[in-house]
Design a binder for this molecule. Sequence first.
Ligand code: ZN
Ligand code: ZN
Length: 275
Amino acid sequence: MKLTLLGTGCPSIDYKRCGSSNLITTKKTNILVDCGSGVTQRLNESGNTSADIDALFLTHLHSDHVIDLYQLIISSWHSDRDSIWRIYGPKGTKKFVDQIFVAWKSERELRISYEKRKSKKALKYKVYEFHKTGSIAINDIKIKYFEVDHKPVKFAYGFSFFYKNKKLTISGDTRPCESLMQNARNSDVLLHEVFIEYEMNKTSKLRTKNTLHNVKEYHTPSNLVGKVAKLTNCKKLVLTHFVPTRFNALRLKKIVKQDFGKEPIIGEDLLTINI
Ligand SMILES: [Zn+2]
Ligand SMILES: [Zn+2]
């Protein structure tokens, strides 16, 4: 199983770190997790195409994780995709996707009638909404989804991917919580979000004190993410979803290592990890 980080950023714009997105692949299967800003460009850069995605999993409906959903689907149609989209997401995903399709209805219908492409299957989708926790199989990958704590976002999820005897866990956006720690236990790789609180003063002019406090509250700060990783007993910790997107990587590694006992991998867009 291979993990490709397509976007390691957050809502702030940084051409080096696109919006949140990750690709999990085996020889038979391509699963995309989230589709933040720039996902199709990064898929293209990594040698993949939206036409080949078997399933899209959404951690939650924050814009930095889903803003390019329509672009993803349209680009797959332009790439000759000949199968419908399977979209797995939290409660509200069906309504969300339906509304996007309504917004683009007349533009889409005009294109379909004028461009006369071979198939329209790529423009169809089926949405499966999550319960509290559950398991899904996509070809040779088994996925367990579980709720995480990103309140006030009501429905936010993390995922564990199982392939042969390997386990990859993706935290999604979350503050430290019991559910993530239990589900991430003994992962070969834990891909975890991080909020780098001590770097935030650099951008303080852009944010009020309340903003800083509230944003930090629903993420996992750098002085806790190593502790979380240690408690899960994961083999490798990969950090992503950096807030802010520019920071001193050596300092972050040092802080996290103090708690985790091992150096974390600082995620970069297009970094691939074999699991
Ligand atoms: Zn979020
Ligand atoms: Zn986010």
